[in-house]
Write a protein that binds this ligand. Sequence first.
Ligand SMILES: Nc1ncnc2c1ncn2[C@@H]1O[C@H](COP(=O)(O)OP(=O)(O)OP(=O)(O)O)[C@@H](O)[C@H]1O
Length: 232
Amino acid sequence: MSAPLRLDQASLEHDGVAILRNISLTIRCGETVALVGASGAGKSSLLELLRQQHSDRVAWCPQAPGLVPMLSLYLNVYMGQLHQKSLWRNLKNLFFPCATHWQQVHDLARELGLLGQDDAQTQRQRMLQSAERFSGGEQQRISIARALFQQRPVFLGDEPVSALDEVQSRRVIERIKSHHRTSVLALHDVELALACCDRIVGLSDGQVVLDRASADLDSATLLALYPEQPHG
Ligand SMILES: Nc1ncnc2c1ncn2[C@@H]1O[C@H](COP(=O)(O)OP(=O)(O)OP(=O)(O)O)[C@@H](O)[C@H]1O
């Protein structure tokens, strides 16, 4: 991607209610940007705006994996390119996987730790295993593989590693960065955001209230975006 992703005084509303107001934001090529802020602050909505305005340039990884439970790992990842292929190619691929796509999906699945260190036959079985038989964290990684398989310039992830432990989260974000020079990731873990992203955009009540390089921030500053909730 050479052109930046830009939002210029953009707003979003649902059912007549303003969710985001007058957002101006530029995502430059080569940046990994974290969106942080309390639940309901508007992180998913900001990603939605970026998707709406730049739909042909973004690979999308939603908050809920959205897999088809009875379909295999392979087919769930292949779906990332469904819209780029003819109906005939897609139908054929259901029963006779294309060797090139199979290898591409296999490589992504291996990179994301979905195939383990097993022999080729066991790895093949994992590729053909239905999505519902994978753990929650594995299903989230299948969803990431599907977004990577879209092969679009910018990766947009809505809490893409929320079901993973800290070590795995860092590894997976590094894998995302190795495929995409430019990413925007909604993250609820501020330490992870500081460690893995160059720039942090903080949201509160549908507005951008912070936009700085990670190197100039600390976790205490970011945690101030998360007001204490009253108990009971
Ligand atoms: N489809 C919708 N219809 C009505 N209101 C919505 C819709 N989607 C989001 N909202 C509202 O917009 C606000 C921002 O929601 P959003 O999902 O963007 O927040 P978020 O920061 O991503 O939260 P979380 O961390 O919990 O995912 C919330 O008040 C939410 O209730």
